[in-house]
Write a protein that binds this ligand. Structure first.
Ligand SMILES: [Zn+2]
Length: 422
């Protein structure tokens, strides 16, 4: 092809794309869930990457060149926001965690992650907070950029990079003391070292700093606290000075107490929380991301036949602590630790949140406007004028049955249709 002709083709394609991306789109579903409430017979106008109007049909001017997109039988809503994912992991019943971390090359793990990202966006998840690359270094930072540049489809990512653990606490474990294995996170200790590592992770691209406030390193392999409060306070001071939140992995009451007093934004898991520690979290405005689906999945991988066998004690206790958190008024972040179970199956967590005591409407709000608030992303999570056009359509009524969020027929991210093109 001659050079001149080549450039003609490039310019033509670019202008065709530009014209298409500039065509306003009027979305006409049966109902609109704006992130808080449901409205019947409302329409939504999208111009470029942004929602430019929302309201009852005929209530706002629609440009003459707008493309009308009918979405009969659906509820249009904000794209779902996943609060706790691991895009570089996949279900442990396929390959256990140790083998994923130790035996798979970086290339294989990234290749898998691109598939996970595609599954997530097709399931209607348009933003994910990814909490630790689990031995894959800063691959999550690269994946985030690949999505941003349009190289691969996927949700927008907030990433944590390697995450921070106390020396001796994290895995893979089970090797002789003479063997140094690559770990699933970065070790650091003492205030000076933690300051340096927090800054290093931020410098290399972490949007959030994740720290393991406890881990299974007790004398009998039980979860015990790792860092002191003063160590945790240093991490929070450095991260917040850079404008980033700290996210704490904590499953023990003492780990949760230290994390709360140190000033973290959210606590992940929280299985061993007590009424006292949940009251403290509510008082300090620390949110809980309960990851209900993680133990539910892991216990089934270990042989629990859900619905047939008696409920394992760990599940009974998880239900108790979750209801204590709700009673104490702890804000809830919807996040399931997806990656432990299949990517794209994010609704599994939302269903368990309902099973364990929230109403479907509360969960629906949490997965959209609630998570946007707790992840510090005011440009999304609601259907409102001026916000990003991250919109999905689902069949059925999620406020009656949260599983309707599994039936996603249309996905738009930043104004571009990803699924359900007419
Ligand atoms: Zn996790």
């Amino acid at each position: 092809m001659s050079c001149k002709f080549y450039w003609l083709v490039v310019v033509f394609c670019w202008s065709a794309y530009w014209a298409q991306s500039q065509t306003p789109i009027l979305l006409i579903p049966d109902r609109v869930f704006d992130g808080v409430n449901v409205h019947t017979d409302w329409e939504v106008l999208v111009e470029g990457e942004t929602i430019s109007a929302i309201g009852p049909s005929g209530d706002f001017p629609v440009p003459q060149n707008a493309q009308r997109l009918e979405l009969p039988g659906t509820t249009l809503m904000p794209g779902m926001i996943e609060g706790h994912s691991h895009i570089l992991l996949y279900p442990y019943n396929q390959t256990n965690w140790n083998d994923q971390v130790l035996k798979e090359s970086a290339a294989e793990r990234v290749a898998r992650a691109t598939v996970h990202l595609r599954k997530s966006i097709m399931a209607g998840v348009t933003t994910m907070r990814d909490l630790g690359s689990e031995g894959a270094g800063y691959a999550d930072v690269g994946l985030k950029k690949a999505v941003q540049k349009g190289i691969i489809p996927g949700p927008d990512l907030l990433v944590a990079g390697p995450a921070i653990v106390a020396t001796g606490s994290y895995g893979p474990k089970g090797f002789g003391p003479h063997v140094d294995v690559p770990l699933g996170a970065q070790e650091a200790d003492g205030e000076d070292d933690l300051i340096r590592v927090t800054r290093e992770q931020i410098g290399k691209g972490a949007d959030v700093v994740k720290v393991y406030c406890d881990y299974r390193w007790g004398p009998n392999g039980e979860a015990k606290p790792t860092f002191t409060i003063s160590e945790l306070k240093r991490i929070v001071a450095v991260a917040s000075s850079s404008g980033r939140p700290v996210v704490a992995h904590a499953a023990t009451a003492e780990g949760m107490r230290r994390a709360t007093l140190a000033g973290v934004t959210t606590i992940e898991h929280g299985d061993g929380g007590t009424p006292e520690v949940f009251a403290l979290m509510a008082e300090r405005g620390v949110a809980l991301c309960p990851t209900l689906a993680a133990p539910d999945a892991i216990l089934q991988y270990n042989g629990w036949r859900k619905g047939v066998d008696p409920e394992p004690e760990r599940i009974t206790k998880k239900k108790e602590s979750f209801s204590q958190a709700l009673q104490a008024g702890v804000p809830i972040v919807a996040g399931g630790d997806v990656g432990v179970y299949e990517h794209g199956d994010n609704v599994r967590e939302w269903e368990l949140m309902v099973d364990y005591g929230m109403t479907p409407l509360e969960v629906w709000r949490s997965t959209t406007s609630g998570n946007a608030r707790w992840l510090g992303m005011p440009d999304r999570g609601r259907v409102a004028r001026g916000l990003r056009a991250d919109l999905i359509a689902v069949e059925g009524q999620p406020e009656m049955n949260i599983s309707a969020l599994r039936r996603v027929t249309f996905v738009m991210k930043a104004g571009a249709v990803v699924k359900g093109r007419p």
